[in-house]
Design a protein around this ligand. Sequence first.
Ligand SMILES: Nc1ncnc2c1ncn2[C@@H]1O[C@H](COP(=O)(O)OP(=O)(O)O)[C@@H](O)[C@H]1O
Ligand SMILES: [Mg+2]
Length: 383
Amino acid sequence: MKIALISPNRNNLQEMKRALEAGSHSVMLIDGGKSKMRAVAEQEQPDLLLVEGMCCDPNELGQVEYVTTHHPKVAVILLCATHTPEFLINSMRAGVREVLPSPASSGALEAAVNRVAAKLAGVHARSPGKIFAFIPCKGGSGATFLATNLGYQLAESRTVLLIDLNLQFGDALSFVHDGKPASTLADVAHDISRLDASFLAASTVKVAPNYSILAAPEDPAQAMEIKPEHIDAILNLAVTQYDFILLDTGRTLDTLSIRALDRAYRIFPVLQAGLPYLRNASKLLAVCKSLGYPIDKIELIINRFEKSGEIGLDAIRRSLGTISLHTVPNSYKEVNASINHGNPLIETARSNAVTRNLAEFALSLSPKQEESRSLFGRLFKRA
Ligand SMILES: Nc1ncnc2c1ncn2[C@@H]1O[C@H](COP(=O)(O)OP(=O)(O)O)[C@@H](O)[C@H]1O
Ligand SMILES: [Mg+2]
């Protein structure tokens, strides 16, 4: 890897150079302060920029953010003698990979550099994960059922993390898993300064080989501890680790859920074909509009839809305007049995109409999957 080291301390520069060159990296030393970051990133385009000596003033992170935004391929690690938890969170938000103690031991330095190298190998192969948010327009719409079960199907070919943002009474895990979580979103928020890929993975429940769930707090009181900046830091990391991040956002629109919706690639309001649902959907769409979300960021899911029902798709469109719609059929008995047993529907009712609907939906959301299938198709034809 090409590594640039910036530090006002010449001794530290030489020490780090020795340690890194032992790992056969190409190392360049820049004697000075963080004001050199931008020029070094622009002119040298290193894989990794190690910057020593900015620790206390969160305002200095503006320069880091400039580099991580304009040169996303340059990984930034900060070396700090002392720092506060706020500084750590702000660093994560500014796109810093890690904050190491200064002076760093050669072991710590090597481990951090290896993590960047491993990620670099992965980053070239995959783009950042997509965030999908599911919001029930009214309690009982089916948002949690659909998000958890769609996750299960997406995870057949991709890596998926579902985060339960129903902070007080979240129950998403129980829809597809029988058992309590060892750790929850509250634990991650509580220990946010430890946040890295392995801590995040260890805090989730693996419900299938490629499917992890970060459960809501067990105790509603712990929900108070979770702040929008925690969600930001978790999502920043999650998109580097998973292909899809599904958010079960719950019904409360507050700073925290709006922060999550801002980050979503697509928002799926879930409703049923009934007047109370339509009224709430209309309010939710107005909120999305006032937040400046483009209309193609939103796709309505009409759950438990029956063609013979009193309110059809035309009536829904008349009421809510032109918007993408996906319908999911009604299957009360089998859906309920799956939820009551904590088993994904595909495991208990493979040929059920809802299972098949979610399989098609998953395919439409995972174009890479389609690409590889069509590539496979082309190769197959040619052969
Ligand atoms: N497609 C469906 N067919 C039949 N029943 C469904 C379907 N989707 C959801 N349900 C029922 O709706 C109930 C509420 O679902 P849930 O996901 O908890 O809603 P929300 O998260 O929107 O409050 C579930 O317990 C289930 O019985
Ligand atoms: Mg729910």
